[in-house]
Design a protein around this ligand. Structure first.
Ligand code: NAP
Length: 215
């Protein structure tokens, strides 16, 4: 059984997750940041795409947690573009970088796992994570990776915080980018609830693909 997949992101009131320069923007309220930290602490692994590593250089660790206590860090990086000085390689948590079968890159501070030809095969990657003991996986983005998860029917929960700002820009990233669907094929979500968190709103959705939650 694949891990339970929880997507979490923050977007502006006009549906952007970063500026047109793809630089990180503070969108979350303090209350939302506290919620995200608690969510991170409740999962076995946290995943991002290499686009997010290159743009934001996140460390994906929790303050006060040891190497063993931190969730596994997972990066999807078909061609091995994760820089050697990326924070995900800082040795503060176990890290697995999934690349394509063709890629021969390796890193100090991370295990390289080959999975899929051309681009990382997300479904096969999830099976591998399941085999590593990952039951709950948090996917933090960005837009290209979330498209792969949604378009493959691999999302169980979708949490999006809407912050009080406008970013604009036709090329600014959104929660789900990729090739997109024709409007007639848009995927429907199940609305699970909304919560005011400071000056923004958290929207929670389930999907048709949802698996039974395993704790
Ligand atoms: N507000 C938020 O909550 C939030 C959260 C995270 C990120 N962001 C923003 O999102 C932006 C980055 O998003 P992004 O869309 O450019 O990058 P991304 O989704 O983080 O990473 C995309 C890259 O991952 C690699 N990849 C490997 N396997 C893949 C697969 N199966 N499907 C999709 N991608 C795969 C691809 O590069 P290769 O082909 O080279 O492998 C692809 O270009 C930044 O601006 C960041 O600030 C915002």
């Amino acid at each position: 059984m694949r891990p339970h997949v929880i997507v979490n992101c923050a977007m502006s009131a006009d549906g952007k997750i970063a500026g047109r320069d793809r630089r990180q923007v503070r969108i979350s309220s303090d209350e939302d940041i506290a919620r995200v930290k608690a969510l991170r602490a409740s999962v076995d692994a946290i995943l991002v795409g290499v686009g997010t590593v290159l743009a934001d250089d996140p460390h994906l660790t929790l303050k006060g947690m040891s190497f063993e206590e931190n969730p596994l860090r997972v990066v999807l990086d078909s061609r091995g573009r994760t820089p050697d000085d990326a924070r995900v390689l800082d040795g503060r948590a176990r890290t697995v970088i999934f690349t394509s079968e063709e890629c021969t890159c390796s890193w100090d501070g991370a295990e390289a796992a080959r999975c899929g030809t051309g681009q990382v095969d997300v479904r096969a990657m999830l099976e591998r994570l399941g085999g590593m003991g990952v039951e709950r996986l948090m996917v933090e983005g960005g837009g290209e990776v979330l498209w792969s998860f949604f378009s493959s029917g691999l999302v169980d929960e979708y949490n999006v915080f809407v912050g009080p700002l406008i970013i604009g820009g036709r090329d600014a990233p959104t929660p789900v980018d990729g090739a997109g669907l024709p409007g007639s094929e848009a995927r429907r979500l199940r609305f699970l609830g909304a919560e005011v968190l400071g000056e923004g709103v958290l929207l929670r959705y389930g999907t048709e693909d949802a698996q039974v939650h395993r704790g």
